[in-house]
Design a protein. Structure first.
Length: 104
């Protein structure tokens, strides 16, 4: 704790917030591609095709990750069902003995 002297003021920030619109950037790139000359039109067409392939869903992946994810999910569901069935069977087999104990 400082008793004598003056306190220093805390330093402020000089941050100026900026807004980035990804949709507008994509639209501008597409418009730029369409407004090109004939020489660059082939390159623009290749870029559009490449952009279309990169935005495909995961099940078009070369490594077949979509089927791996579905397989893992199905295995989890089957495991949960098996555990619930085992618990149900044990509960039903012990249910009769529990009722007999209550009846006494």
């Amino acid at each position: 704790m400082r008793i004598f002297g003056r306190r220093e003021k805390p330093t402020g920030f000089n941050y100026i917030p900026q807004f980035y619109d990804e949709r507008k950037e994509k639209l501008d790139n597409l418009m730029k591609d369409y407004n090109t000359t004939d020489e660059a039109s082939m390159e623009a067409m290749k870029a559009r095709i490449k952009m279309g392939y990169s935005s495909r869903p995961y099940y078009y992946d070369k490594n077949n990750t979509g089927s791996k994810l579905r397989r893992k999910s199905n295995m989890r569901v089957m495991l949960i069902i098996a555990i619930l069935l085992i618990l149900l069977i044990t509960a039903l087999t012990n249910f009769g003995t529990i009722l007999q104990e209550i009846a006494k």
